[in-house]
Design a protein around this ligand. Structure first.
Ligand code: FPP
Length: 229
């Protein structure tokens, strides 16, 4: 993979945890747990492959209408992550950022997120972003309202800065696991020219090798950005 074009910014919609569990006659929380285990390894692998920005869709605004028991379980996993796994990011010099509406999630998790963002702020090797309580359309409206308050016409660049992803680069490669072929309100503005890779595998089954296959596929794509070559 040495001379390959590596995408700078990769996004992953980690879908299929529930179905993974159902297929094994397990409860859905066990699917999320298996997903989190897979995610931990995939984060390290992606940065080892030279990806500089990795954005993971952990909970959409719409997911917040799931039953309370499922949400409580997911919030439990977030608490576990933000208390036990930040040291790995520090060791690896990776900065953490969380995007999404923080008023929609428990405030003790918000405090853990703030601490993790502060502690990893100097990380220079890469940027790991979790989208939690995030919706792409809501984020665009939020940015529009900022622009209205500013009272100035916007350029693409100045508008992009007002999104919660402000300062990040546009997405190069978007991977969705779980067999569905849709964006589900993830990074709508930022993924305008992303190459998209859909995997039939449920997220807990999506291996490091599957990730590499997506990188190889990406390297073969002809990115024309609507122009003629
Ligand atoms: C979608 O699968 C997945 C989620 C809603 C949650 C994903 C969360 C993790 C992998 C853990 C994240 C941990 C941190 C710390 C950010 P689904 O439940 O929609 O699966 P289904 O489509 O098969 O029902």
């Amino acid at each position: 993979m040495a001379d390959m074009v590596t995408p700078f910014h990769v996004g992953i919609i980690m879908d299929g945890n529930g179905r993974w569990a159902k297929k094994r006659l397990l409860m859905r929380p066990l699917g999320h747990r298996a997903g989190m285990k897979r995610m931990l390894s995939l984060i390290e692998h992606a940065f080892d492959r030279g990806v500089k920005e990795l954005t993971l869709f952990a909970l959409s605004t719409e997911n917040l209408s799931r039953p309370k028991e499922e949400l409580d379980d997911l919030f439990g996993l977030f608490r576990l992550y933000f208390t036990q796994h930040i040291s790995t990011l520090l060791e690896r010099n990776i900065r953490l950022r969380v995007i999404g509406d923080r008023s929609l999630i428990p405030q003790d998790i918000v405090r853990l997120i703030e601490a993790a963002e502060r502690d990893t702020a100097a990380g220079e090797r890469g940027l790991l972003t979790f989208a939690i309580g995030y919706g792409g359309r809501q984020d665009i409206v939020f940015a529009c309202n900022k622009a209205v308050r500013e009272g100035k016409e916007q350029t693409l660049e100045s508008f992009a800065e007002k999104l919660s992803t402000g300062g990040m680069s546009a997405m190069d490669l978007l991977i969705r696991t779980g067999g569905e072929k849709r964006l589900s309100n993830f990074l709508l503005f930022e993924a305008a020219y992303a190459e998209i890779c859909f995997s039939e595998k449920m997220f807990p089954d999506f291996t490091d090798e599957d990730f590499d296959a997506a990188l190889i596929d990406y390297a073969k794509r002809d990115r024309r950005y609507g122009k003629l070559k």
